[in-house]
Ligand binder design. Structure first.
Ligand SMILES: C[S@@+](CC[C@H](N)C(=O)[O-])C[C@H]1O[C@@H](n2cnc3c(N)ncnc32)[C@H](O)[C@@H]1O
Ligand code: SF4
Length: 353
């Protein structure tokens, strides 16, 4: 190792790969394609203070009765089990996770789990300015803030609510509090905001932002159509016209984003290409919905209710076997965007992205 690496930064990926090959990983969290699932996304709520067109159906969603949602104790029990088996990163999402009243308690309890390296939160940023000091104190390591436009009136069109300035303030505050990078999730849709990709990248000149352009994905009720999806290649071509020296940033094997940066800029950008170039082969993610279903694939409709097993008194060992069987059934890759758009799934707001 020492002959081909110069510093600890160079050694880290080599060491990680070496350990991955020699250390055993939970059989329950390993699927039939040898993918090791060490990243869990938990949806804290089905509710939201925005109504984004691409996420929430126009007519709204029928909310699950409160008694059918996971309590904080149930959620923490499951998190503990997954972390014990090798999950080292948990992302809290939703709906809007920061409107759940006990979110700080949940984060503080997760922080106590030995083996959990990273706690991340994906938020629409509406309540961020107020909550950031407590979130940091409770132990949030990573923040992804969703923002699809830099034009206030367009924000209202896309999210069907006002709030642009609050989100911008939240982003500034996150930078001020030392989150670096602050990730900004931007779903790109033709006719709505594809003309803003250059403006978003310009923001990375002075700010330590990692702007991630997400290809528009089909979910129930979001009226997805192929023509509205702007592919990664199209966005990249557009950015290269403005910045011909745009360069790729090497990432980890399990990264969902293809990273790039403009030389000299403080921040960077990335593309989440779930539709045009899926990354199923290196998928390490599992999801638990707010009503306690385990979803092994964002685009698959097979689910198993961990809540029901928990409430019927299943032991940890029994739960692990149920989880293991679901992970074992995980398909090699998703069905392709056209098939997905025809399939029954949940609206995104009821999954947790
Ligand atoms: C469902 S939201 C939940 C967390 C939080 N409310 C937020 O908006 O960040 C998680 C992420 O999914 C993304 N998302 C929702 N629907 C999508 C779609 N149809 N295609 C691509 N990304 C989508 C959102 O932009 C957001 O970044
Ligand atoms: S993307 Fe996030 S903010 Fe927008 S409606 Fe969905 S859950 Fe709410």
């Amino acid at each position: 190792l020492s002959s081909c690496a110069t510093g600890t930064d160079d050694l880290q990926p080599l060491l990680t790969n070496f350990l991955k090959d020699v250390l055993p990983f939970s059989a329950f969290l390993t699927d039939s394609f040898e993918r090791r699932h060490n990243y869990l996304r938990i949806s804290l709520t089905e509710k939201c203070n925005l109504r984004c067109q691409y996420c929430m159906p126009q007519e709204g969603v029928t909310l699950t009765p409160r008694s059918h949602l996971l309590t904080a104790e149930e959620l923490l029990m499951l998190a503990r089990l997954f972390v014990r088996e090798g999950v080292n990163k948990i992302r809290l999402t939703g709906g809007e996770p920061l409107i759940r009243p006990d979110v700080l308690h949940i984060i503080a309890e997760l922080r106590k789990l030995e083996g959990l390296k990273t706690i991340a939160v994906t938020t629409n940023g509406m309540n961020l300015t107020r909550l950031l000091p407590s979130l940091k104190k409770a132990g949030v390591d990573l923040l992804n803030i969703s923002l699809d436009t830099l034009v206030p009136a367009k924000f209202e069109l896309i999210t069907r609510r006002k709030g642009f300035h609050k989100v911008m303030e939240g982003i500034e505050k996150a930078i001020e509090m030392g989150y670096n990078p602050v990730k900004v999730n931007c779903v790109v849709m033709r006719g709505l905001n594809e003309d803003e990709v250059i403006d978003f990248v310009s923001l990375t000149e002075r700010k330590p932002l990692d702007v991630r352009f997400i290809e528009y994905m089909p979910f129930d009720g979001n009226r997805w159509n192929f023509k509205m999806m702007v592919s990664y290649q199209e966005m990249l071509d557009c950015l290269k016209q403005k910045w011909p020296n745009l360069e790729p940033v090497p990432g980890e094997e399990t990264d969902t984003a293809k990273g790039f940066r403009v030389p000299g800029f403080r921040g960077q950008l990335g593309f989440i290409t779930s539709m045009s170039e899926h990354f199923c082969g290196s998928c390490n993610r599992l999801r638990i919905t707010a009503d306690g279903n385990l979803k092994v694939c964002l685009f698959g409709n097979s689910e198993v209710s961990l809540r029901d097993f928990l409430r019927s008194g299943a032991t940890e060992e029994e739960l692990l076997h149920i989880i293991g069987a679901a992970v074992g059934r995980k398909k090699k890759q998703h069905a392709g965007m056209f098939n997905i758009s025809q399939m029954k799934n949940r609206p995104m707001i009821l999954i947790g992205g």
